[in-house]
Design a protein around this ligand. Structure first.
Ligand code: PRP
Length: 206
C-alpha cells in the first residue's frame, strides 16, 4: 500500500524544505514536523488497548497504543531527525539503527552498521526521508524481515515514482507512507525536483 499525503500543510512544508534558504536547523525542524504528520496517518488504524495509569484522582484505565510492540528504525544519517520525531510522539518505543551509504558511482547502498533490538513479532516504523532508487529502503526492509517482525511500515518524506514502485514491488506487504512523490529520477539518481541531499542539508556537509 502506498499512501501519499495530500494535506495542503504538507505541501507547504515540502516547499519550505526545497527552499535552499532553509538552513540545517530549519531543515531538520521541517523533517520532524512532516514525520509527525506521517505518523498520525500511519498510526490511524492502530488498535487501542486499555492501560492503567496513576492520575491526579488515583489509578485509572485509559486507551493507548501498545508502544512496547513498536520499534522505530532509522537509516543514518538523514533519518535521524525522523527518529527523534517519532520518539517525541511515542517515548516508550524502542529504536534501532542501520547505517547505509549510497555509492556515488554505482548508486547502490551499502549496509555497514546494524544495531537493531529484537524485532520478532513487532511493528517496525522504518524512517528515511528519501526514496530515490529505493535501493536503501529495499535493503533495509530485507535486513529487518530476517528478524521476523509482524509488520513493516515505512515513513518517507520525498520519493521518485520509480523508487517507490521498486520498494512496493520488492515488498508488497510493506505499507509506505510518504509526504510527496516527485516527478522522476535524473541520470545521477537524484529525485527531481527533490530537495538535494537530505543528509548534507541536515548536517551542513554540502
Ligand atoms: C540517502 C537517503 C537514503 C538514500 C536514498 O542517503 O537518505 O538513505 O540516499 O537513495 P536510494 O533510494 O537510491 O537508495 P545517503 O546515502 O545520501 O546517506 P546520508 O543519509 O548519510 O546522506
Amino acid at each position: 500500500m502506498i499512501y501519499e499525503l495530500t494535506n495542503p500543510l504538507t505541501k507547504t512544508l515540502i516547499t519550505h524544505l526545497r527552499d535552499s534558504k532553509s538552513d540545517a536547523i530549519r531543515f531538520r525542524h521541517l523533517i520532524r514536523e512532516l514525520t509527525k504528520q506521517l505518523a498520525y496517518e500511519a498510526l490511524n488504524k492502530f488498535e487501542l488497548k486499555s492501560k492503567c495509569i496513576k492520575t491526579w484522582k488515583g489509578d485509572d484505565t485509559f486507551d493507548s497504543i501498545e508502544e512496547e510492540n513498536i520499534i522505530v528504525v532509522t537509516i543514518l544519517r538523514a533519518g535521524m531527525p525522523m527518529l527523534e520525531s517519532v520518539i517525541e510522539l511515542l517515548p516508550n518505543i524502542a529504536a534501532g539503527f542501520l547505517a547505509m551509504q549510497r555509492d556515488e558511482k554505482t548508486h547502490k547502498s551499502l549496509l555497514y552498521y546494524d544495531r537493531l533490538p529484537d524485532c520478532e513479532g513487532k511493528i517496525i516504523l522504518l524512517v528515511d526521508p528519501m526514496v530515490a532508487t529505493g535501493g536503501s529502503m529495499c535493503d533495509a526492509i530485507e535486513h529487518i524481515q530476517r528478524r521476523n517482525p509482524r509488520k513493516i511500515i515505512t515513513l518517507n518524506i520525498i520519493g521518485s515514482p520509480e523508487g517507490v514502485k521498486n520498494v512496493q514491488d520488492f515488498a508488497p506487504d510493506v505499507d509506505i507512507f510518504i509526504s510527496q512523490i516527485d516527478d522522476k529520477l535524473n541520470d545521477d539518481k537524484f529525485i527531481i525536483p527533490g530537495l538535494g541531499d537530505a543528509g548534507d542539508r541536515s548536517y551542513n556537509t554540502l
